[in-house]
Design a protein around this ligand. Structure first.
Ligand code: PEP
Ligand code: MN
Length: 339
């Protein structure tokens, strides 16, 4: 259930409703908006009796939520969420660009790429220190050493660091060295990991699972939010289909579909979404045109030598062209066209 407060409700009235929710043993999520505050209730296994709340001062209406999720919805928060990392944003007016190698392979590799990423004006640097690889014999990432390299990049270039946590210990480490916790496609339904990341003070980039429906993806985001972390970014990264011409099928219809129900920012990953270098730029353009809040793109200074995902990595020149192209597409879109 969502409790919507009157626009005239006082802070004390909102606090009293929050207390009433807590007294029932449930968790209140108060979300102030431009016009009114909504209070989401989680932790209840069965419907809540509305009579407990409807007479409390300041309460405008009670909305019974029929969907399986509530905090991710536009009912809970009618304005878009803007995720903030220092002075960089995802979901606001600027097109967020997150770029870097699939994996941090060495200090020199990562710094060479970061130099170009910084020069492009992107605010975020990506790179895996812990890699979820299909084969146990494939390069698994440098671990904490990779995170130390990322921390150096943050220090040197002022880029915000986006990096994956594979497990709860990984979240502890990303909290120490990074700025945004990436939860990978293969981990989208790792519920203990989601709960741990939901307790973090860092934003979470939640990739869509390889075979996840929209509802399952939003429910994974709901796990994060139900633990109190409202700084969630969704990422469409392609799903498994019968198509064989690409590594995955980038489901761009997911962007307007998410927009219709959720206030969360949503970005596109044209790298994993296609798996092929020549498809990355066309799908990046399409992702921005369809209204994504940003892109996460894999870039390598020597794609042919990459230890993971070399086939989809852009080289530095290709990356620079991509950024200027997608920026002009973003600038050409009237704000109204992408909502
Ligand atoms: C990655 O970003 O390198 C990655 C492993 O992504 P995904 O979880 O989408 O496969
Ligand atoms: Mn990758």
């Amino acid at each position: 259930m969502l409790i919507v407060m009157k626009s005239s409700a006082t802070e004390a009235q909102t606090a009293a409703v929050v207390r009433a929710v807590e007294e029932l043993g449930f968790k209140p999520h108060a979300m102030p908006g431009a016009l009114r505050t909504a209070i989401g209730i989680t932790g209840n296994q069965s419907p809540i009796d509305p009579s407990r709340f409807e007479t409390l001062p300041g309460v405008a209406e009670l909305i019974r939520v029929s969907k399986p999720y509530k905090l991710v919805t536009l009912d809970f928060r009618s304005q878009k969420t803007v995720v903030r990392v220092g002075d960089a944003t995802i979901g606001g007016d600027e097109l967020a660009i997150i770029a870097g190698p699939c994996a941090i392979e060495s200090r020199s590799q990562a710094l060479a790429i970061a130099e170009t990423v910084r020069k492009s004006g992107a605010r975020f640097f990506r790179g895996g220190a812990f890699k979820p690889r299909t084969s146990p014999y494939a390069f698994q990432g440098l671990g904490e050493e990779g995170l130390r390299i990322l921390a150096e990049i943050r220090e040197t270039y002022g880029l915000k660091i986006v990096t994956e946590a594979l497990d709860e210990t990984g979240v502890d480490l990303v909290e120490r060295y990074g700025d945004i916790i990436q939860i990978g496609a293969r981990s989208m339904q790792n519920f203990t990991l989601l709960r741990r990341a939901g307790k973090s003070s860092l934003p979470v980039l939640l990739k869509r699972g390889l075979a996840a429906t929209l509802d399952e993806w939003l429910l994974a985001a709901e796990y994060l939010m139900s633990e109190g972390n409202y700084q969630v970014i969704l990422c469409e990264r392609g799903i498994r289909t019968f198509a064989q011409h690409a590594r995955n099928t980038l489901d761009l219809a997911a962007i307007p579909a998410v927009r219709r129900v959720s206030h969360l920012p949503v970005i596109v990953d044209p790298s994993h979404g296609t798996g092929k270098n020549y498809m990355v730029t066309p799908l990046a353009r399409a992702g921005v045109a369809v209204g994504a809040d940003g892109l996460i793109v894999e870039v390598h200074d020597q794609p042919a030598q990459a230890l993971s995902d070399g086939a989809q990595a852009l080289n530095l020149d290709q990356y620079e062209s991509l950024v200027s192209e997608v920026r002009s597409i973003h600038d050409a879109l009237a704000p109204a066209a992408v909502t």
